[in-house]
Design a protein around this ligand. Structure first.
Ligand SMILES: *Cc1c(COP(=O)(O)O)cnc(C)c1O
Length: 355
């Protein structure tokens, strides 16, 4: 384990926190005073530094820009009602980050850099963690290839960085979702399970088409038959049926992201007595549940918005509509999760990592 002495810390002369409007914090727009940066050169990770948030300067031949070795994570830090600061399940993101790294032929980031570096960075910028309910500090670790030469091959050098962004509540209207039948996000054997930059680049065109049709996001389906459900944008998907059952696509094929919120929601649903099935889900099965009046709730899960209700799901000529204001299950899960984060309910799973 590193201790703080192993990190070279350069603090800002003057914090910009007073110029930040904490009453208006749109997602991902404001960044804190400091960032963490480490370079991988010659097969080892070099000096870890925490320094004022600042731009990078690069050659136009930077490998990440050409061949896409670029991965990231999304984590949140909160302050409990008592004022204690903690990070939510960072070890899960740490493991997933390194799965993404391995798939993209990038070096593994050791725990002392990822977890301990993050902890020290968040501790330095802890005044930026909003204390209000539904507010948080979004943590964005990222790694990218930094060789400066053209030619398709794994880079020899990389940069690992962590930046922090205070965010307010996610006031989004319930989502309208278009079940995608033409474009694909991921295929078995591909990179769907990795949080790598290219997955999002490839999703923008189909998502824009869906937006022009009046939908917020697409629900991705398998690449062969376009019938087996995968996930939505940056969210995993859940269906609640009248039998008090939750169904969500399984991770087996490696085509969807193993969401930390997905895992949290599965645990909480099970504890609420809801039977959770992780398996292949065919769109026809969902339509069948709906037409029998047995489909009660549909929602997405992800770190940014936690739980996002779906008000409309469209597949070909079938339009399924829902009224989230009458739901019982998703709001209950959301409430329990908020209470754990606020310290009002016991953290019996050890999800809160103290700073
Ligand atoms: C990040 C992400 C999710 C949600 O994962 P969480 O760990 O819950 O934030 C789901 N799907 C995709 C494609 C993602 O990028």
């Amino acid at each position: 384990m590193i201790d703080t002495q192993d990190i070279q810390i350069t603090k800002v002369k003057r914090s910009k926190i007073d110029e930040t409007d904490f009453g208006n914090l749109p997602f991902g727009k404001h960044f804190t005073d400091h960032m963490l940066e480490v370079d991988f050169i010659g097969g080892t990770w070099r000096q870890i530094s925490i320094k004022p948030y600042q731009p990078f300067m690069f050659d136009p031949s930077l490998a990440a820009l050409h061949y896409g070795q670029a991965i990231f994570e999304g984590i949140k830090a909160y302050k409990s009602q008592a004022g204690n600061a903690f990070i939510f399940r960072p070890y899960d993101n740490f493991k997933r980050f390194n799965l993404s790294a391995a798939r993209m032929e990038m070096p593994i980031v050791p725990e002392d850099i990822f977890i301990e570096g993050m902890r020290v960075l968040v501790a330095i910028d802890k005044d930026w963690i909003p204390a209000r309910e539904d507010y948080s500090l979004y943590i964005r670790p990222l790694m990218f290839a930094t060789d400066t030469a053209i030619g398709v091959r794994p880079s020899d050098t990389y940069k690992f960085v962590i930046i922090l962004s205070p965010t307010g509540p996610y006031y989004a209207h319930p989502m309208k979702i278009y079940v995608e039948e033409k474009y694909s996000r991921a295929a078995p054997g591909g990179i769907g399970f990795a949080k790598n930059a290219g997955n999002y680049g490839g999703s923008m065109y189909p998502t824009s088409i869906a937006r022009r049709r009046g939908y917020d996001q697409v629900l991705w389906t398998d690449c062969a038959e376009h019938k087996w459900l995968q996930e939505v944008g940056t969210m995993n998907i859940f269906f609640i049926t009248a039998e008090n059952k939750a169904i969500t696509p399984s991770l087996d094929e490696g085509t969807i992201l193993d969401g930390v919120t997905r895992s949290t929601v599965i645990t909480l649903l099970s504890e609420m007595g809801v039977m959770v099935e992780q398996r292949k889900i065919n769109i026809e099965e969902i339509i069948d549940y709906y037409s029998r009046g047995q489909l009660q709730e549909v929602f997405g899960t992800g770190t940014a918005a936690t739980i996002s209700p779906v008000q409309e799901l469209k597949y070909r000529e079938t339009v399924m509509t829902f009224d989230p204001q009458f739901w019982k299950t998703a709001p209950r899960v959301k409430k329990i999760l908020a209470e754990i984060r606020q310290g009002k309910r016991e953290d019996s799973h050890g999800w809160l990592f103290p700073i």
